[in-house]
Design a protein around this ligand. Structure first.
Ligand code: BF8
Length: 648
């Protein structure tokens, strides 16, 4: 097997890695070979928060140092808990600052001050307004939207009370949160408090530090991320099933290729509009190209795929490789998950890398800032630059012949409708099929790629194991894109990969066995789907009672940790792969892996073997089925080699 095949299970990635290697282009894959992870950092046994250190306290030094304490006396438990909490603060801040941008644009849209944007989904506007306690009777849509935007904005700076969306959770869950003092007051306040508590000489009790990390994570999942999803849906439309295509083969040799990369769907929405503009089309023809080909990368891809069926070029570890094709005229990036390495790859080709957010620049890249007031003009300007750049291709273009049909667009509202129909939309059929055993349970498999584990392999190994065992999978982010590339996001995948019970249900409803719910902020859709299942009845009275589990087998970002923490605190057993950031402290790990089950009825687990991780999830699902009295015999399907080959 070639070295590149070990790095990724995706054909397009393997081909372009080989091209990059031959052309001596540095990518995350080659840099990872040059940089070995720091053995002390990987277990988070290093404290750098003051200038008396850094204090390195690795587990391996246990016999040497009498006690693993820093200069100030901070225990290893304090050090590890602080590091963990700061990561969650960064993750929650990222999702929530994205949300803030969305809310501010939403207010401008409602006031008619955002170029081209309108309120597209009035039904969802009214539903969300009611959640916020806003009167809707006899009122103008515009006034309702302005009031909603202003109330949503206040959620960030609120100092006291509870975030409004907390009341959407099952009542039993809310009680647990109140009992442990983790109901978020205001989104920004919780992030700031983590930074304060983890400053030198403040909070020095690991359980207490983790408590604030939980409150902050909940401010993300049931705050920033949820606000983001809802307001994006209202402005740009709530996703419905849509056919798309995925992988680097969606790039077109004879077209002007523009990739939107990042997270906020604001400029990408306008690039979609601008790409259909007659003036842009005429300019494209004049440049000798056969059209503008807009494609997405990372979560921006998920956003425009979910709402417009715009092709997805790929997930996190494919971002540099997209440029290695030599076919990309422009790549726009806004915030999060954009590698600085993109600029040096772009310089090997004719590609223009354009940063578009006032919060993020990349040295050497062009900066064209997006502002909602003249967003469409900015989008057109960027497309014109791409068209002008089309004749500048310096190298032979190489686009791997790999792309795959996918069906995406499974918002909570759509799942509700697909299961129950327009007039009796409900999760009843899902609950019934879980109760009768055709569906064993539900898994949320989400998160990133990580160059320290073969690209996409964790997602696909885990998800195939789950669906074969009749567990329906909800997916978002880069995990969803991995599924798309592996052919798991089509209704036909049910027959090919799912167990007979799940396949039967998927066929009856006409859905894939793996449902693509969107970007990473859309993990909030999974919380709402889980809550809807609880409220539908028959599966207990809390999220923790559901036969359900979560996972991020290839996680790498701080955002993934914030997501995991709010899943766990919402009652979901959650398994992470690749690495785990509290291994330096047995006490902190025990707290998150064991004591949390007592407290929150959900807990973390770490299992880098993806098949074993899937089995842990299935075992948890079976445990919950048993507790619910759903003991209809369910033989676990264990694959032998022959069955595996047959699957492939
Ligand atoms: O927010 S899954 S690598 S792209 S962090 Fe990033 Fe991870 Fe991908 Fe989207 Ni989410």
């Amino acid at each position: 097997m070639s070295e590149d095949k070990v790095r990724s299970i995706d054909g397009a990635t393997v081909e372009l890695l080989e091209k990059a290697r031959k052309e001596n282009i540095s990518t995350a894959f080659t840099r990872a070979d040059e940089i070995k992870p720091c053995p002390i950092g990987i277990e988070e046994s290093c404290c750098k928060i003051c200038a008396m250190g850094p204090c390195r306290l690795p587990r391996s030094k246990k016999d040497v140092a009498k006690e693993r304490k820093g200069v100030c006396g901070a225990t290893i438990d304090t050090v590890v808990a602080r590091n963990f909490a700061r990561k969650i603060a960064a993750g929650a801040a990222s999702h929530s600052d994205h949300a803030r941008e969305v809310v501010e644009t939403f207010i401008k849209t409602a006031r008619g001050k955002a170029q081209e944007f309108v309120i597209k989904d009035e039904i969802k506007l009214l539903a969300v307004a009611l959640d916020f306690g806003i009167a809707i009777e006899g009122r103008d849509i515009k006034d309702i939207a302005i009031e909603l935007g202003e109330k949503a904005l206040k959620e960030f700076g609120k100092q006291h009370g509870e975030l409004i969306y907390i009341s959407k959770a099952p009542l039993k869950r809310q009680e647990i949160w109140r009992k442990y003092g983790v109901v978020p007051r205001g989104i920004d306040r919780e992030v700031v408090e983590i930074m304060h508590r983890t400053h030198m000489g403040v909070d020095q009790d690991y359980r207490h530090i983790i408590q604030q990390a939980t409150r902050t994570a909940l401010a993300d999942g049931w705050g920033g991320s949820m606000i983001s999803t809802d307001l994006q849906d209202i402005m740009f439309g709530t996703p419905v099933p849509v056919l798309g295509r995925i992988n680097l083969g969606v790039l077109k040799e004879e077209q002007v290729n523009v990739i939107v990369h990042g997270h906020e769907p604001l400029l990408p929405e306008l690039l979609v509009v601008a790409s259909r503009d007659p003036e842009i089309k005429a300019l494209t023809e004049k440049a000798g190209a056969k059209g503008i080909n807009l494609a997405g990368m990372c979560c921006s891809a998920n956003e425009v795929l979910m709402r417009h069926g715009i092709p997805c070029a790929g997930n996190f570890l494919q971002q540099e490789l997209a440029l290695v094709t030599g076919a990309v005229e422009v790549m726009t990036v806004d915030v999060q998950c954009e590698m600085q390495g993109l600029q040096s790859v772009a310089e090997c080709f004719h590609t223009k890398l354009i940063t578009t957010s006032d919060r993020a620049k990349i040295e050497g890249a062009l900066h064209i800032e997006f502002h909602p007031e003249d967003g469409l003009d900015t989008a057109k300007k960027i497309l014109k630059m791409a068209i002008e750049n089309y004749p500048n291709r310096r190298h032979a273009v190489y686009i791997p012949d790999h792309s795959q049909d996918i069906v995406a667009g499974f918002s909570h509202e759509t799942i509700n409708y697909l299961l129950g129909g327009l007039f009796r939309a409900s999760y009843r059929p899902l609950n019934d099929n879980i109760i009768n055993g055709r569906i064993r349970g539900v898994a949320g498999v989400v998160g990133c790629n990580n160059v320290r584990t073969p690209h996409d392999e964790g997602h696909i190994t885990m998800i195939k194991e789950l669906i074969k065992n009749d567990v329906i999978v909800l997916t978002t982010g880069c995990a969803a894109m991995a599924c798309g590339k592996a052919g798991l996001l089509t209704p036909e995948a049910a027959q090919q990969f799912a167990g007979s019970g799940l396949a039967e249900v998927c066929e009856a409803v006409g859905i894939p066995p793996v449902l693509h719910l969107g970007s990473c902020v859309d993990n909030s859709r999974i919380l709402i789907a889980a809550t809807a299942m609880v409220k539908e009845g028959g599966l207990g009275d809390d999220i923790s009672d559901l036969p359900a589990a979560g996972a991020a087998p290839e996680w790498m970002s701080e955002k993934a940790l914030a997501i995991g923490q709010y899943f766990v605190a919402s009652g979901v057993f959650t398994v992470f792969g690749t690495t785990w950031p509290t291994l330096g402290s047995e006490n902190v790990t025990k707290h998150l892996f064991e004591e949390y089950e007592e407290m929150y009825k959900g807990m973390w687990a770490y299992e880098p073997d993806h098949e074993k991780a899937a089995q842990l999830m299935i075992a948890h699902i079976d445990k919950k089925r048993k507790a619910l009295g759903l003991e209809k015999a369910r033989e676990r399907v264990l694959f032998d080699m022959a069955m595996r080959r047959a699957l492939e």
